[in-house]
Design a binder for this molecule. Structure first.
Ligand code: SF4
Ligand code: SF4
Length: 187
């Protein structure tokens, strides 16, 4: 008995006083995904990577809008969304107290404006994605003027690019265009 008491005293407190005291989770704890719509470019990478379908994206061509939707009730806290997000707009937090009174509180959404294709005038890509792509070109070393010169390529939908290519129009795919320029610069 004395030996048992000694072992218990040596072990100390092994339980937490939660919920009377805040519970501190470990640094790499995977809690509720935190989303920042300002940083999001509506690229849809997270919605494609989410294995539980907690993240979805839908497009309304009539209003020219794309909706990003998160349903916490489906989330399995795997962290795939955080891994694939190019702008760090979604990150797993340390929040674990997730009970709500109203199911609607488990949903989070953001609406993004789409850009109309310069050729067919149909909405096809989020404006923020296009601006992000141009900013990346500038970051990769092009001047703002050179990057802006490529805007028509970004603002043409894949269907119209394909058709213009087939009918012999001077439209060149961005990748081919850049590769060609690099080859010429290397000569
Ligand atoms: S943590 Fe996993 S399940 Fe939850 S939203 Fe992100 S990808 Fe989907
Ligand atoms: S991957 Fe990031 S930037 Fe792309 S839609 Fe998801 S949250 Fe937004």
């Amino acid at each position: 008995m004395l030996k048992l008491l000694k072992t218990i005293i040596k072990a100390g407190d092994v339980t937490e006083k939660y919920p009377f005291k805040p519970y501190e989770v470990s640094d790499n704890f995977r809690g509720k995904p935190e989303y920042n719509a300002e940083q999001c470019i509506a690229c849809a990478a997270c919605t494609m990577a989410c294995p539980a379908n907690a993240l979805t994206m839908s497009t309304d061509t009539a209003s020219g809008e794309r909706k990003w939707l998160f349903f916490l009730g489906r989330c399995i806290f795997c962290g795939r969304c955080e891994e694939v997000c190019p702008t760090k707009a979604i990150r797993l937090s340390q929040e674990f107290e997730l009970a709500v009174f109203n199911k609607q509180d488990l949903f989070q959404e953001a609406i993004f404006q789409l850009t109309d294709c310069r050729v067919c005038q149909r909405p096809f890509a989020p404006r923020k994605s296009i601006e992000h792509a141009i900013a990346l070109l500038v970051q990769s070393g092009l001047s703002l003027q050179e990057a802006e010169a490529r805007r028509p390529l970004f603002e043409t939908c894949p269907n119209c690019k394909r058709q213009q290519n087939v009918t012999g129009s001077p439209t060149i795919f961005l990748g081919q265009h850049i590769n060609q320029e690099r080859k010429e610069a290397a000569k």
